[in-house]
Design a protein. Structure first.
Length: 319
C-alpha cells in the first residue's frame, strides 16, 4: 500500500476535512444530502465556525470534552468539527443506550456541554440531578425545555469566521465509547492524525472513494464504522454524504438509495440479510461495505447474485 503521511507540526482535523475543501474550490459542492435538505461545503464551513464560536461563548477550552447525542443529519458535522476546530474534543454518544449509560458517559467524560436531539431530551432531563459536570444543554429541535437553549438560537448570532486552534497531529481529536463487553465502557481517544491515516489508507486506497462519489451509511455516525463512512471518508476527498436520521429498516434504505443514488453503500451483515428478503434496487452503487460483525458467506453470495455488486468486509477504528 502506497502511503506517506507527512503532517505539519500544527495540524487540526477540522481544517483538513472542512476548510481544505474550501481552499481547493469546493465551496459550492454539495457535501450533505439529508431527506429533502442539502448543504454545500461552504455552508458546512460556516456552520462549523458558528458552532465553534458558540462553544467559546460557553468558555469551552482546548481539550475539554463536548458530548454529542445527535441523530444523523446536517447538524452532526457542524457540531463534530466545530468542537474540533477550537481544540475541544467531541464525544459521539450512542443514541440507543439507557439512562444509566448516559449518566456514566457524561460523568466519566466530565463534559460541561451536551448537544442533544429533541427526541432524546426527556432521557437527559430525567438524569440531570445525577450529572456532576454538565452545565449547558443545547437542543436540536424547536423545543429546548426549561434552562436549555435550541441549537438554532445558540448559533444564530455567532460569527461564521473562526481561526483554527493550534493543535498538533498527536493531540486528542474525539472520543468514542467502547461497548463495555469486558467491564465499564472505555472512552477510546482518537488523535488528530488518526482519521487522516484511515482515509489515506482504507478510504482512498481500498474503497477508492473519489470526489464524485456519494456515500450512504446505514451504520450511524456515533459508531466508529459509521463516522468514517458518513463523514470523514467523503469529506476527505470532497465527496457527498447521505444521512438518514431514522431507523435503518430495509424499506428506509431502499427509499433513501432511490432518492439520493449513492455510489457506495455501507451496512452491517444483519441489514444486508434483511434487505435480501424485500424488493428494492441499489441504484448506481458500485460497491457495498460491511463491518460490525462477521459477514456470512451465504449473504455475500446471494447479494452478488441479486445485485451484481460485491460487499467488502472491514472493521471499525475503535476496535
Amino acid at each position: 500500500m502506497d502511503f506517506n503521511l507527512d503532517l505539519p507540526e500544527k495540524f487540526n482535523a477540522a481544517d483538513y476535512f472542512v476548510d481544505r475543501n474550501i481552499r481547493e474550490g469546493r465551496a459550492d459542492k454539495v457535501a450533505i444530502l439529508c431527506e429533502d435538505r442539502q448543504m454545500t461545503y461552504g455552508e458546512v464551513q460556516k456552520g462549523v465556525n458558528r458552532v465553534g464560536n458558540a462553544l467559546k461563548s460557553f468558555d469551552v477550552r482546548m481539550e475539554e470534552r463536548v458530548a454529542l447525542l445527535l441523530l444523523d443529519n446536517e447538524v452532526y458535522p457542524q457540531a463534530f468539527f466545530g468542537a474540533i476546530k477550537i481544540g475541544a474534543v467531541p464525544i459521539c454518544l450512542n443514541t440507543l443506550m439507557r439512562p444509566k449509560d448516559y449518566t456514566y458517559f457524561l460523568n466519566d467524560s466530565r463534559a460541561r456541554v451536551l448537544l442533544v436531539d429533541q427526541s432524546l431530551l426527556p432521557i437527559i432531563e430525567d438524569i440531570k440531578p445525577k450529572l456532576m459536570f454538565l452545565e449547558h444543554v443545547v437542543v436540536v429541535g424547536a423545543n429546548a425545555g426549561q434552562g436549555n437553549v435550541t441549537f438554532d438560537e445558540w448559533v444564530a448570532d455567532k460569527s461564521d469566521e473562526l481561526d483554527v486552534a493550534p493543535t498538533t497531529p498527536d493531540d486528542a481529536c474525539f472520543w468514542l465509547y467502547s461497548s463495555g463487553s469486558t467491564g465499564l465502557p472505555k472512552g477510546t481517544v482518537h488523535l488528530q492524525h488518526d482519521i487522516v491515516y484511515a482515509t489515506e489508507t482504507y478510504g482512498k486506497q481500498v474503497l477508492k472513494v473519489k470526489e464524485d462519489d456519494v456515500c450512504f451509511s446505514a451504520a450511524k455516525l456515533f459508531f466508529a464504522y459509521g463516522l468514517g463512512n458518513g463523514l470523514y471518508f467523503p469529506f476527505s476527498v470532497g465527496a457527498t454524504t447521505v444521512y438518514h436520521p431514522g431507523r435503518p429498516t430495509p424499506d428506509a434504505m431502499y427509499a433513501t438509495i432511490a432518492k439520493h443514488q449513492p455510489t457506495i453503500f455501507f451496512a452491517v451483515p444483519t441489514l444486508f440479510g434483511t434487505m435480501l428478503t424485500q424488493e428494492g434496487s441499489l441504484g448506481r452503487a458500485r460497491v457495498c461495505v460491511s463491518a460490525g460483525e462477521a459477514l456470512p458467506a451465504e449473504i455475500l453470495k446471494r447479494w452478488k447474485e441479486r445485485f451484481d455488486v460485491g460487499i467488502m468486509d472491514g472493521i471499525g477504528s475503535t476496535e
